[in-house]
Design a protein. Structure first.
Length: 150
């Protein structure tokens, strides 16, 4: 199998960040990255275009990082309470997912995409939990989650 060089148009987990030139399997590029417009071929013309876009992108990234830092300050000391049905031993019927946490944050006036909330595994027990929220690739904050019986 041959590898193909592509330029990423967005952050792709496990592969790289926007604007990076990476080498991927031809099938991955053809079947996933190119159709979803997550990358474009690394031709000489596209490389030139990348250099022009990189300047604008750097300015936009700095602005996004500042906004993420501002939002991260709102998380300081913030605790979100989620009510779920639980059994006698504190085990939940079901689990607390990132969508539940995004909804609870929305109720507190903080809009966060559920994909930014990083749960290693769904929360399945009552009690206090700490969850990481990736607001920007360089700004990661923690969220205290209190799961109580409904």
């Amino acid at each position: 199998m041959s590898d193909v060089k592509v330029i990423l148009t967005d952050e792709v987990r496990g592969l790289g960040n926007r604007g990076e030139v990476v080498s991927v399997a031809a099938g991955s590029a053809r079947n996933f990255l190119l159709p979803k417009e997550l990358a474009y071929p690394a031709t000489p013309g596209n490389m030139k275009r990348l250099e022009q876009e990189r300047k604008r992108y750097d300015v936009a990234q700095a602005k996004e990082k500042d906004q993420a830092s501002t939002v991260a300050k709102a998380f300081d000391g913030l605790t979100v309470t989620v009510r779920k049905k639980a059994g006698e031993q504190g085990a939940l019927y079901g689990s607390v997912t990132s969508a539940d946490l995004a909804e609870a944050l929305d109720a507190k006036g903080i809009k966060i995409d559920r994909r930014r909330i990083e749960l290693e595994e769904p929360i399945k027990r009552l009690g206090s939990h700490v969850v990481h929220v990736r607001l920007h690739r360089e700004v990661i904050t923690t969220l205290n989650v209190e799961v109580v019986a409904a």
